[in-house]
Design a protein around this ligand. Structure first.
Ligand code: CP
Ligand code: NVA
Length: 308
């Protein structure tokens, strides 16, 4: 019988905080939740949410996931709590982990997230940092499996900024043995440490390619994925990045160069006519809203594996 495997690591700060076996289990549990084949209750458990950056999907999907598990959430708005007034992370973490059973944190620096985890007596989840977005990657690979049934022979091409979303796609892809290609403008390559770690995991080094040529990168790809060009915290670089990313839009032409049945993913929010055209976004190939729905199932599974 399918059961959540308790994660060996206390926290989920990175896509590499699960083993391959644990990751596959999370994806199976998520699918079972989606199909209403599994009933796990974490009654009276409380998830604390701290979001230093905006969020629609991550915040709401965590709230609903926790409520489906029979637990509750507390959303700590930094501006109206002492966090915004500069109370040290180590104090906030020690206090909140006396009240809550798990914390999900969205912030800028990965080192701040790690500081929360260090001082929290309860598990800490990365709800997005500048370095990684591992909860997003869970939903992404869940969606890929749902659409393509198997990870074998899947080619995932990410076109855009080699940022948090791309970093987690690479690490999760390495654990699952999925071929990942990243096409980005020069200077926007993924984090070198992430690339290094991924190569250490991949048995076949050809399964990860970083390139500046989007047309070439989508040849034979089964999944085309993009994200915003300017991430949260980069608002002042928008003008420069809009210029640097010319030629990196997922449009009809790029899609034509991919596998004829390729699916389109986007973590959202999306800026039409920038990283993706409206035509492709709204096309039959787009499973972007299934992907968004899967955030909730994947996080419900993650919470089950961290807490049960
Ligand atoms: N994809 C994602 O994390 O969306 P939000 O910023 O709305 O949470
Ligand atoms: N790279 C984007 C992802 C948003 C979900 C950001 O960090 O803003």
């Amino acid at each position: 019988m399918l059961k959540p495997i308790k994660l060996a690591n206390k926290n989920f700060l990175s896509s590499l905080d699960t083993s391959r076996e644990e990751l596959v289990n999370i994806l199976e549990i998520a699918k079972a939740f989606k199909n209403k084949d599994l009933n796990i209750k974490l009654k009276d458990n409380v998830l604390g949410l701290i979001f230093d950056k905006s969020s629609t999907r991550t915040r709401v999907s965590f709230q609903v996931a926790m409520s489906r598990l029979g637990g509750n959430t507390v959303d700590l708005i930094p501006n109206t709590s002492q966090i915004g007034r500069g109370e040290p992370i180590r104090d906030t973490a020690r206090v909140l982990s006396r009240y809550c059973d798990v914390l999900a944190i969205r912030t800028y620096k990965q080192s701040d997230l790690e500081e929360y985890a260090k001082w929290s007596s309860k598990p800490v989840i990365n709800a997005l940092t500048d370095l990684e977005h591992p909860c997003q990657a869970l939903a992404d690979y869940m969606t890929i499996k749902e659409e393509l049934l198997d990870f074998k022979n899947v080619v995932l091409t990410f076109i855009g900024d080699g940022n948090n979303v791309a970093n987690s796609l690479i690490l999760c892809g390495a654990l699952l043995g999925v071929e990942v290609r990243i096409a980005c403008p020069k200077g926007y390559e993924p984090n070198p440490l992430v690339i290094k770690k991924a190569y250490q995991i991949y048995k076949n080094k050809d399964l990860l390619r970083i390139t500046n040529d989007p047309i070439n990168a989508v040849k034979g790809a089964n999944v085309l994925y993009t994200d915003v060009w300017s991430s949260m915290g980069e608002e002042n670089q928008k003008e420069e990045k809009d210029k640097d990313f010319i030629g990196f839009t997922i449009d009809k032409n790029l899609v034509r160069n991919a596998d004829k049945d390729a699916i389109i993913l986007h973590c959202l929010p999306a800026y039409r006519a920038k990283e993706i055209t409206d035509e492709v976004f709204e096309s039959k190939r787009s499973v972007i809203f299934d992907q968004a729905e899967n955030r909730m199932h994947a996080q419900q599974a993650l919470l089950s594996c961290l807490l049960s």
